[in-house]
Ligand binder design. Sequence first.
Ligand SMILES: [Zn+2]
Length: 348
Amino acid sequence: MSLPTIDQEYLVDFLVKLLNIASPTGFAEPAIVFVEKELSQFSQLQLTRTRKGALVAKWEVESTEAPIALTAHVDTLGAVVKEIKSNGRLKLSRIGGIQWPTVETEGVWVLSSKGEKVRGSVLIDTASGHIYSAAGSETPRNDEHMEVRLDARITSEKETRELGIKIGDCVAFDPRVEVTNGFVRSRFLDDKACVANMVSAIKSLVDAGQEPARTTYFLISNYEEVGHGASTGIPSDVVELVTVDMAVVGKGQESDEFSATLCIKDSGGVYHEGLNKKLRALAEQHGIPYKTDVYPFYGSDGEAFWRAGGDVALALIGPGIDASHNYERAHMDGLGATTNWIMAYLLD
Ligand SMILES: [Zn+2]
């Protein structure tokens, strides 16, 4: 049986829109709402929310076999306002451990709890080349020295507070999305690329008039980057969980941007051999380009579920993402391979 055709234009369009919605962990609701609205067009799906705010889409079918689940996350790295300095600039507390050098000079939105948006950028506190010269590059890039300069006429803490900015307000880094030559370059492809893969797999099946072989739950999680996204939200009758999350590309890695990867082991340990075998067989059967790999500094939402006591066979697949948690890049070939793999699994 051949797989339904992927609507590539739809995949890219959906992904670009999702990437442009700010959704640091804890502030991911707009991205959840966007995916919820998109999935609501498919009458096959029943949509619900967990109390934590994650989205669960259930595709129920006639089958005597136990249900399965897939998960991907929409939350991303980001920051919150930690302190307002006497000069009105902001000190930040990082969400999900973003590395400071990767966002130096990046544009940001400060999103207040009342809905105000203030524009700014991240700078080192020794930024001016005509003042600090080479010494500026010696300043450590850390929580102490990195600051947000707001694009507003402020010189004091009081004036910044008058803009409506409060301690704890969300700070979202610009994703800087570009699509060129089949490459998608953006922050936060981890894990929005995989959400796009899941949604486009669902759409391709619907367009082709097909449905999963077993009742399937899709969990769009919203707390992955802090380690507990999918620890809840998977119903207890689910027997297999496929986590769809980025594959690590770079020195020493087998993964690349043009394939999908089956992760055998990451920092959290080893995945389920039986489910891995099934996914390998499906990839081979359908000619899906795939690698197997081991990820050095990596934990997944599926492992969060395992740690919370989830009793399922667990696997992790995803497209290769270069320079992860930095200025990331994916390729349509890897995204297509992952989408096909999801469809092959659903139809099996
Ligand atoms: Zn991820």
